[in-house]
Every structure is written in C-alpha cells, then in structure tokens.
Design a protein around this ligand. Structure first.
Ligand SMILES: [Mg+2]
Length: 278
C-alpha cells in the first residue's frame, strides 16, 4: 500500500488555472482507491472551500476528507496543548472555522495565543493589538512561515512575512505548525493511516514540501511547475527522490514501481524494523 500527500498550489494549479495532468492523476488515485490528502499551507480556506474550488476547476470527486490544511493542523495542535483555549486571530475563515471546531474561542483581549495565518483583512491596528498581547504573555503561533505566495500576476506577502513583523517588534520567535513542521507532516500521514515508508510527498517547494518529507522519512517527488527550478537544486543539502517537469509526467503505477512493493513485503519490513528496535 502506498499513499500520497499532495501539495496544491504549483502542483495541481496556478491561481485558477489547472496544470495539465492534475485531473488525470487525481482521478487515477480515486479510481484505484489509493489513499491521498491534499496538503496546503494556505489557511484561508476551509476543507469544504478547497474541495469546492477543486471541483469547479474540474477535479471532481474530492471530499472534505481529502483535504488537510495548516489551519486544521494548527487548531488541532493548540487544542491538544490547551483544551478550550482562547485566540486572537489574524487570518480568515479557514483558520477561524478550524479553531472554533476544535473548541477554541476567538477573543480580542488576553488570549492564550496570537495566531497568524493568511488573509487580506490585515490592518496596522491588528498588528498593534497583537503586539500588545504578545508583550503581555500571549504565545505567538504561525500557521506557516512561507515568506510569500504565488499569484497569477506575481506574488503576495505570505504568513511568514506577517509573522516576521511581529517577531521583529516583540523580540519573540513564533512557533509554526504548517509544512515543514513535523506536527503537520506527521499529522497528515496518521490521518491516512500509513507508515512513513508508505507515504509519498509530491510538492513544488523545496523549503516546505520536500524538506518536510525528507525529515520524516517519506518518499519525495518534486515537480518543477511551481517555485523550484532545476538549476536551484544544487544549493540544497537535501534532494527529492524523484524530479518531474510536471504532474503530467507522474502516474500511480510508475511510483508503485519506484517505491512500492506488495503489502506483504512492506509488512515484513515493518516487522523486521520492530524486531531491530526491540
Ligand atoms: Mg506549492
């Protein structure tokens, strides 16, 4: 058994433009009942929003259970750390919904956490409020540290850039939960019920998708339709297992040949590993 964690932006689409082959590959996984999750560091949308967006772009058959966002990872993590906690949020629907559904209350004074995600509703007053809270002891949490996000016309500042402003002003470092944090990378794998050896991460960004997969012992496949060029690869100390020009060049069958083996072989390997540990 093999399964996939699949980044979206730069892998499946740019903006609202589907990348050729994305639809075919995802339908291949759905038809063969292969477990997969879309793994995104965009905290703006809820699971349902993401499934709807993909459906409108022509990837039908996607359900909420196929989507895992950094907003969900952040909310689940905070609910474990501080059940029924409180948060001041710089972010949008996806993050607010995730926090609410994990038992958090959104407040505008004395929060346990200041949580920063993506959003277009940012004002200087919100940053000032957040800074005061952090200086009073609220913990600074980032849904992710991506410095920027691609847009159809270029790029916009990402969550990491907003967080950097608060870090510089407060002198306090944020704790980040999204890719490549093991909290999100491992949480997604466990959601699929797979072992590390059974998990393949497909992404376009070395600093999040690929390093996250490498650190957790997943198989990794880089596509060159997003933020990474082939000529960039030399400067990284970690490399993906496979490199593809685009998702158009990937098929499940090919990756099973490359990484997979029958369930029994994987089970045996798992057993051997357990024996070695014991
Ligand atoms: Mg991406």
């Amino acid at each position: 058994m093999l399964g996939y964690l699949i980044d979206m932006d730069g892998v499946l689409y740019h903006g609202h433009q589907l990348i050729p082959g994305a639809q075919r590959f995802i339908h291949e996984l759905l038809a063969a009942d292969v477990p997969f999750l879309f793994l995104t560091n965009n905290s703006q949308r809820t699971r349902r929003d993401v499934a709807t967006k993909l459906g409108r772009m022509g990837i039908d058959g996607i359900e909420e259970r196929h989507v895992f966002t950094c907003a969900m990872a952040t909310a689940r993590y905070l609910a474990q750390q501080k059940p029924n906690g409180t948060a001041y949020v710089i972010g949008e629907g996806g993050l607010l919904t995730a926090l609410h559904s994990n038992g958090f209350a959104i407040v505008d004074r004395d929060p346990d956490y200041v949580v920063v995600g993506e959003g277009r509703t940012l004002t200087f007053e919100m940053m000032e409020t957040a800074l005061g809270m952090i200086r009073n002891g609220s913990r600074l949490i980032a849904t992710n540290l991506d410095p920027n996000c691609p847009t159809p016309t270029g790029m916009r500042p990402g969550c990491g850039a907003l967080v950097a402003l608060l870090e510089a002003a407060s002198g306090i470092k944020a704790f980040s939960v999204g890719k490549p944090s093991p909290i999100m990378m491992r949480g997604a794998r466990k959601e699929l019920g797979l072992s590390a050896e059974q998990t393949i991460m497909i992404g376009d960004t070395m600093e999040t998708d690929i390093v996250g997969g490498v650190q957790l012992g997943y198989h990794t496949a880089l596509v060159l339709t997003g933020s990474t060029k082939r000529s960039d690869l030399g400067r990284y100390a970690y490399q993906p297992d496979l490199i593809f020009d685009s998702i158009n060049d990937i098929s499940h069958e090919m990756l099973v040949d490359e990484f997979g083996s029958s369930d029994s072989e994987l089970d045996e390997e798992g057993d051997r590993r357990l024996l070695a540990v014991n």
